[in-house]
Design a protein around this ligand. Structure first.
Ligand SMILES: *Cc1c(COP(=O)(O)O)cnc(C)c1O
Length: 225
């Protein structure tokens, strides 16, 4: 079933690239595996999936141990507690949810010298009505300039989790706003726009997503949120 879902998602992504004038194969799928057992990740791996996103450090480390034989790339996408930065810096290749200079400094300091720079996205809060974590649009530029100086991080782009909407135009709007703010940064090396989840894949791709983070539509409903 996971292989079938994966094939359907790839088709959906290719169709959206085509529909919104995006080059083919420019949008990647990140499998969001929080709460899913290691066997589900192994099934996705067997079907060709290589990139996995996790929200909880201890849960992720347990799965990394169980799945050590597979060549998986691990992305941390959840809220970051200060006391977890060391483990995140050691055990992930990517972090999508960097939303303060303090957290970024710790990740850079704690990234082992034996590993390549940690790939990060700046999480930006583009929802008006809810108070999810993320940098505000007004602080994005200053914080980016400072984080870009840190030696062991590579700022690849931005991540956003807008408030859920069912209307397509309303889904697109926050991503559009964020893209305009990113243009103003003149960060020529940004290549990653981590936009979109199971419910807004098309809107995210229409607005420039290069990574869609998919949990439910790949693995099915989660047992806990
Ligand atoms: C859980 C989660 C997802 C996946 O959400 P689905 O709606 O299940 O696809 C994506 N991004 C983040 C940051 C998440 O926490």
């Amino acid at each position: 079933m996971i292989a079938q879902h994966l094939a359907n998602l790839h088709r959906q992504i290719r169709l959206a690239e085509d529909a919104y004038g995006r080059r083919s194969n420019t949008v990647a799928l990140l499998a969001v595996s929080k709460t899913q057992p290691a066997a589900a990740l192994a099934a996705a791996y067997q079907a060709g999936q290589r990139h996995f996103g996790e929200n909880y450090v201890q849960e992720a480390l347990a799965k990394q141990q169980q799945l050590g034989a597979f060549d998986m790339t691990w992305h941390f996408i959840g809220p970051i507690q200060t006391n977890k930065t060391k483990l995140i810096a050691r055990h992930f290749a990517w972090v999508h949810s960097v939303d303060s200079l303090k957290i970024a400094r710790r990740l850079s300091e704690q990234r082992p010298a034996t590993l390549p720079p940690l790939n990060i996205c700046l999480q930006v809060n583009i929802s008006t009505e809810d108070s999810k974590s993320g940098l505000s649009l007004s602080e994005l530029s200053d914080v980016y300039q400072q984080i870009a100086q840190l030696p062991n991080l590579k700022v690849r782009g931005v991540m956003a989790i807008p408030a859920p909407e069912t209307d397509f135009a309303k889904q697109r709007l926050p991503y559009h706003t964020l893209m305009q703010a990113v243009m103003a940064l003149k960060a020529a090396d940004f290549d990653t726009f981590s936009f979109g989840m199971s419910g807004d894949v098309e809107a995210a791709i229409a607005e420039g997503a290069t990574v869609v983070r998919i949990g439910t539509a790949l693995f099915g409903a989660r047992a806990y949120p």
